[in-house]
Design a binder for this molecule. Structure first.
Ligand SMILES: [Zn+2]
Length: 161
């Protein structure tokens, strides 16, 4: 960064701060030649923050750890590794960012967690689904359980043949 006062080619960064929720990087610089100080603003690349819209309409910063804890609770005492849980949380975050989400609802995150858990462990999937109240009534919940049991019976029959 060239000095605006004397034109020296090298200037020293003395302070770095982010502004506008991390979208802008603000740097205080000092010229070693003439000692003048100036500030630069740069756009932060790839540091877009993802925000979560909660059920009451309030917003909070997307918390990967929070999602890992939520998935972890659904996977308690089940043969699901921490790595699988972390991978799922990372994939959801990466996908949302890649799809251009700036804000995302809790229920959309919940839907994606369920989608992922369904492939990892079906007991964890049902547990998570019931916590997130994705099943709006008892009937649809029972229907889903019945479907899962049905799938198991089909595969068991398949093994016997
Ligand atoms: Zn200078």
């Amino acid at each position: 960064m060239r000095c605006p006062s004397c034109g020296a080619m090298e200037t020293r960064v003395i302070e770095t701060r982010t502004a506008d929720e991390g979208r802008v990087v603000r740097r205080r610089r000092e010229c070693p030649e003439c000692s003048s100080r100036f500030t630069t603003y740069e756009k932060a690349e790839e540091k877009r923050t993802l925000r979560v819209i909660k059920k009451d309409g309030s917003r909070e910063t997307f918390g990967r750890d929070k999602i890992i804890r939520g998935i972890g609770r659904a996977c308690e005492k089940l043969p699901v590794s921490l790595e699988q849980i972390e991978d799922l949380a990372s994939k959801i975050e990466d996908d949302l960012k890649a799809e251009g989400y700036g804000e995302v609802s809790v229920s959309e995150i919940g839907r994606r967690v369920m989608e992922g858990l369904r492939k990892i462990n079906q007991v964890a999937y049902v547990r998570f689904a019931s916590v997130y109240r994705e099943f709006t009534d008892l009937q649809s919940f029972q229907h889903e359980i019945a479907r899962l049991i049905g799938e198991k019976e089909v595969s068991r029959n398949g093994e016997e043949d």
